[in-house]
Design a protein around this ligand. Structure first.
Ligand SMILES: Cc1cc2nc3c(=O)[nH]c(=O)nc-3n(C[C@H](O)[C@H](O)[C@H](O)COP(=O)(O)O)c2cc1C
Length: 214
């Protein structure tokens, strides 16, 4: 709760580099996040190269903190994770036998690909957001500032398709990959005040039915 209360989006960074050990700690927090049947529909690409950061900034409609960040973690929804090979391996790790795995893959509520590409992507994205949330909190633990960047071009927003294609080629991504967000990381340049505007408890939390005070 302490980390949740003090975390804020940081968009201006000092020159101090983030060590690989700290980065690995942050990335492992994402890797260890929970997911739908443990599907882990994610890939994370660590970008430090300035040319690539410049391109990623363009993809985000030129948001300056993307190119100024020490490191950018590109967070990808990986629809390859639903293939029989990959998802089957995950299910096997839960002790499921071949027959049960085949059966799961015939039930739409358990196996999103049966419901089409849009639903599959939605479910993949859902998992990645948990990992991103975990990484933001782990960054806060290390005193590393970060900002989630969701305003970008991808299959969903259709913004800047040419740049998106360049980014995907550069990052070695295929048509089963969708860049969902980027995490910009760096030590905060000058401490900015915390602005924790949030909807009031009663505006968003109800007991038993909507609008009933908890
Ligand atoms: C999914 C998502 C996408 C976001 N996209 C952007 C973005 O493109 N650019 C940006 O500067 N901040 C972005 N943010 C940061 C939000 O503006 C910020 O989290 C929100 O205003 C609350 O402020 P706080 O993080 O300081 O508590 C995004 C946050 C989330 C969770």
């Amino acid at each position: 709760m302490n980390l949740i209360e003090t975390r804020k989006s940081v968009r201006q960074y000092s020159d101090k580099p983030i060590s690989d050990d700290v980065l690995k700690g942050i990335l492992n927090a994402g890797r260890l996040a929970p997911s739908w049947m443990n599907s882990q529909t994610w890939q994370f690409i660590v970008v430090k190269n300035q040319e690539t950061k410049d391109l990623l900034s363009k993809l985000s409609n030129n948001q300056p903190h993307v190119r100024m960040a020490d490191t950018v973690i590109v967070c990808i929804a990986d629809n390859n994770a639903w293939s029989k090979d990959v998802f089957g391996k995950v299910l096997k790790s839960r002790g499921m036998k071949e027959e049960a795995i085949d059966n799961i893959m015939t039930i739409p509520v358990y196996y999103p690909p049966l419901l089409g590409d849009a639903t599959t992507l939605l479910r993949s994205v859902e998992q990645v957001t948990y990992a991103i949330a975990y990484m933001t909190l782990e960054a806060e633990k290390y005193g590393v500032g970060c900002c989630v960047i969701g305003a970008l071009g991808n299959e969903v927003t259709k913004f800047a398709p040419d740049i998106y294609k360049q980014v995907k080629d550069k990052l070695n991504l295929n048509d089963k990959h969708c860049i969902i967000t980027m995490l910009t990381l760096g030590y905060e340049k000058e401490k900015q005040p915390l602005n924790k505007y949030r909807k009031e408890f009663d505006e968003v939390i109800s007991l038993e039915k909507l609008g009933n005070k908890f």
